[in-house]
Structure formats: structure tokens, C-alpha cells
Design a protein around this ligand. Structure first.
Ligand code: HEM
Length: 208
């Protein structure tokens, strides 16, 4: 689960970097050039399979872990116990479910159109014209709000996930763990704020 999570965290850096090209102010030209480059690259197809396998492994083990925890203690503690565990760690399953729901909506909005599972909207030049799709999607305040709120929960999830993945791999050291926690916090904030800028930009600042 930790290894799959680490792969997903790397994907998010890559995905954010590509998507931030949407904000270049060139009508989506550099973003669409990056999309064309990635679409033409056969390695990306393999990376996509690995990505979906990582999502699947991560989700299945996450659900099993939650079921296991629930079976170990079906009746919650009467009084909330004061432990070292942060709210972020206690709500990993819940924030994970929110991210999963977001992901389903998100794949319908973009990826399923590329696959041809969802019809290409008439305003898009092709099923790869993700820039036009993003403009129309984020001009809708409801979609922008759904994405924005999801990114806040994504940040909460990542905040704990980062340090936890190192811990699960046995990397736990009085000297390095505090640094890992700081880097994890910076990573979580950078990813969630980075993604959140995109709907905000299209909703309030983008001029066609
Ligand atoms: C405003 C933020 C985001 C935008 C504009 C965006 C945009 C896109 C676009 C255009 C695609 C289709 C790319 C292609 O298939 O060539 C895509 C696919 C995908 N996105 Fe996002 N995305 C955002 C946030 C996220 C987040 C936060 C996650 C994960 C939690 C995510 C996960 C995925 C996955 C798994 C795919 C399918 C695989 C892929 O095409 O790489 N996206 N996204």
C-alpha cells in the first residue's frame, strides 16, 4: 500500500506540472502541446496501466484495512481517547473515499472522453482538446467548487500519507522522521494549493 501510495504521490507531481501549463496564458497552446507529446509516447500507455494498478492496490488494501480495524473494534470508544495520532491519520479512510468519488467524477470529465466512453462535447476540437473541456468545466461554479473542496481533502490525505508511507517501509529514525514530516507537510500544501489554483483561475481570471 505504501509503495503504491508513493507511486501515486509521484504521479501527482507530474500531473500537476502538466496541468499548470493551462495557466500559461497562451490559450492552452503549451498545455495541448504537452498532451500531444504524451499521447504520442508509447511509454505513457504503460505508465497509465501501472498507475491504475497502483490506484487499485491502494484502494483495495485501504478498504480491507478499514474493515479489519472495524472488526477489531466494532463498538467505538465511549470517550475519545487522547493519543498521539493526528486527525489526519484517523480520517485517512474518509478522506480517501472523498478522493475516490472525486476521481470517478474527474475521469468522466476528461479521461473517459479520451477513451471514447463519454461523447466528445461539441465545443471541443477533438477528444484530446482537454483545454477547452477545462475552460467549460471550471466556468461552472459547481464543478469548480467540487474540485476545490476535493483538493482540500486531498491535502489532508497527503499530509499523513507522505510520512506514513516512509514509516510503513520501516524508515523511522529520530534524526530523519521530523524532516520527513516537514517535507510531507510542504508536499501536501504544494499539491493541494497547486491543483486548487486551476479552477480558481478559470472561474475568476481567465478571459477567452
Ligand atoms: C484541476 C486539477 C486537475 C486537472 C485540470 C486535471 C486534468 C486532467 C486531464 C486533462 C486528464 C486527461 C489526460 C490524458 O488522459 O491525457 C486527467 C486524467 C487523470 N487525472 Fe487529472 N486533473 C486534475 C487533478 C487530478 C487529481 C487531484 C488527481 C488524483 C487525485 C487526478 C487524477 C487523474 C487520473 C488518474 C487521470 C487518468 C490518467 C491520466 O490520464 O494520466 N487528476 N486529468
Amino acid at each position: 500500500m505504501a509503495l503504491a501510495g508513493m507511486f501515486l504521490m509521484l504521479f501527482l507531481i507530474f500531473h500537476l506540472a502538466t496541468n499548470l501549463l493551462m495557466l500559461a496564458g497562451d490559450g492552452g497552446e503549451s498545455f495541448q502541446r504537452a498532451v500531444a507529446f504524451l499521447t504520442a509516447n508509447p511509454g505513457i500507455k504503460i505508465a497509465e496501466y501501472i498507475l491504475f494498478a497502483a490506484f487499485l492496490i491502494h484502494i483495495i488494501i485501504g478498504v480491507l484495512l478499514q474493515l479489519y480495524n472495524y472488526r477489531a473494534r466494532p463498538v467505538g470508544y465511549h470517550k475519545s481517547i487522547q493519543t498521539e495520532t493526528s486527525a489526519f491519520s484517523r480520517f485517512m479512510f474518509h478522506t480517501g473515499v472523498i478522493i475516490f468519488i472525486f476521481l470517478v467524477i474527474h475521469l468522466i470529465n476528461f479521461y473517459f472522453i479520451k477513451l471514447g466512453w463519454v461523447a466528445t462535447p461539441e465545443y471541443a476540437d477533438s477528444k484530446h482538446d482537454f483545454f477547452s473541456m477545462a475552460v467549460v468545466l471550471f466556468r461552472n461554479p459547481w464543478y469548480s467548487a467540487i474540485y476545490f473542496v476535493s483538493f482540500i481533502f486531498l491535502g489532508f490525505h497527503l499530509k499523513h500519507a507522505f510520512q506514513s508511507s516512509f514509516q510503513s517501509l520501516g524508515i523511522n529514525h529520530p534524526k530523519y522522521t521530523p524532516a520527513i514530516k516537514v517535507i510531507g507537510t510542504i508536499y501536501a500544501i504544494a499539491i493541494s494549493v497547486g491543483f486548487a489554483i486551476i479552477p480558481v483561475y478559470f472561474l475568476f481570471f481567465y478571459q477567452a
